[in-house]
Design a protein around this ligand. Structure first.
Ligand code: VJV
Ligand code: CA
Ligand code: ZN
Length: 395
């Protein structure tokens, strides 16, 4: 009804497994897979599925998960009893939980955990395959983006690093992959996984405060292994930020940094993690970004004209997550100027979208905006530092 048609000259694919949405981490845990339901509801009510290839993805297989994760970790993840289930008194098996960081409040053992993880990973692996075989130019996997998971360890709501699995697929057919992470947290798991290769450059923008904000890594000087003979040296870029950054500042930083990286590293594919906890009003986030500024990052990457996977990630105020990801889906398709700002009347769960618009103002979202602690001088220094790092890369 909004005349949303397939874009000319390129293909966008949308990869999702609706079964994921039924899982939950616990009543009050901030990570709510239900935000994927809200996202799909907006995307659909705007008619966007007509313009994309839509895939209902299968869960990732054990072998696929095993391409990055250790077998003992996967085996434990597959058999660990849910927290509320009484344990065998003689064999409480707490050792595995401690070893793999499972069962705490961040990474609880909930019912159907392994299925949930395999489904999330499945969306990303499927997206990567469509990029690899040329069937898709932009592949969207909002169910993925779980950037903290390590080879043998769960961390920060992430159990399986679907992004690493996706990038490993891309590396089969593309010489160089650029990973970009706009989640408010540092993309430590992806950075670490590709620490020793020059075929992947990782860039994370995040709130940085080592002793008070998770995970505490990702300082400006953390640029990969310092050892001289490591090809991965200088291939980790970190953009540490303070509370309250605005759309204008963020877009300027993003374009200055990604533009320069594109010139030096010349990626053949892009993996973009779009964590929506960098939006203003997020339950865990600290920034003042609006849907427009967040989306501008996707728009900039799309204009580079390089095959791209778009992943989800964090995002803890579901209505804002859904607005951002629906807007970003429209950018991928190129229909962002065709769809009305007003949330369509027939949108399922419409009552959740207080403010009735895709683009609420900062005042609507926050009342009082959060103080901006990012000075222009500091942002200049960051860009300067990144440009200096890039002298060691490419050309
Ligand atoms: O800061 C932490 C770790 C602690 C220990 C655990 N307590 C609960 C919090 C402090 C040091 N963890 C972070 C993890 C953030 C993960 C972000 C993931 C992503 O967006 O980057 C990608 C998907 C953290 N911050 C806030 C919380 N945890 C938090 C966890 C809860 C909670 C409230 C806040 C867990 C359960 C419940 N409430 C009920
Ligand atoms: Ca980030
Ligand atoms: Zn996050």
């Amino acid at each position: 009804e909004y005349n949303i048609v397939r874009p000319k000259g390129y293909t966008v694919s949308y990869h999702a497994n609706p079964e994921m949405e039924k899982h939950h981490f616990g009543q009050t845990h901030p990570m709510k897979p239900w935000r994927l339901t809200l996202t799909k509801s907006l995307v659909t009510s705007y008619g966007m599925p007509f313009a994309m290839d839509n895939y209902n993805t299968r869960p990732a297989t054990y072998e696929e998960l095993n391409s990055f994760h250790a077998s003992d970790y996967l085996d434990y993840l597959g058999t660990a009893p849910p927290e509320d289930q009484p344990r065998d008194i003689d064999n409480p098996d707490k050792a595995g939980e401690v070893k793999f960081n499972l069962g705490g409040s961040d990474c609880p053992l909930f019912h159907g955990l392994f299925d949930y993880c395999s489904m999330s990973a499945g969306t990303s692996v499927d997206a990567a395959r469509k990029i690899c075989n040329g069937q898709s130019d932009i592949a969207i996997a909002w169910g993925g983006g779980l950037h903290h998971a390590k080879r043998s360890e769960a961390s920060g709501f992430c159990y399986i690093n679907d992004i690493v699995l996706g990038i490993l697929q891309l590396l089969r057919c593309y010489p160089r992959v650029l990973y970009i992470d706009i989640d408010v947290h540092h993309g430590d798991g992806v950075e670490e996984a590709f620490f020793s290769t020059d075929r992947v450059m990782t860039v994370s923008f995040h709130k940085y405060h080592p002793d008070s904000f998770f995970p505490g890594t990702g300082g400006l000087d953390d640029n990969g292994p310092k050892s001289e003979h490591n090809p991965g040296a200088h291939h980790a870029i970190n953009v540490p930020l303070n509370d309250g950054i605005t759309d204008e500042q963020y877009s300027w930083l993003f374009e200055s940094i990604i533009g320069k990286i594109n010139e030096h590293f010349r990626p053949s594919a892009i993996a973009l993690q779009c964590g929506a906890d960098s939006l203003a009003g997020d339950r865990l986030g600290r920034f003042n970004l609006q849907v427009q500024g967040h989306g501008a990052c996707v728009e900039y990457c799309k204009k580079l004209g390089i095959p791209m996977i778009i992943f989800g990630g964090g995002g803890y105020t579901p209505r804002n997550v859904a607005r951002a990801w629906a807007h970003e889906t429209s950018i991928a398709i190129g229909c962002q100027n065709k769809i009305p700002e007003e949330i369509p009347q027939h949108t399922p769960w419409r009552e959740h979208f207080i403010h009735d618009t895709l683009f609420p103002t900062l005042e609507q979202i926050l009342g009082e905006p959060r103080a901006n602690r990012n000075t222009p001088k500091r942002l200049q220094e960051i860009v300067q530092h990144v440009h200096e790092q890039l002298r060691f890369v490419g050309h």
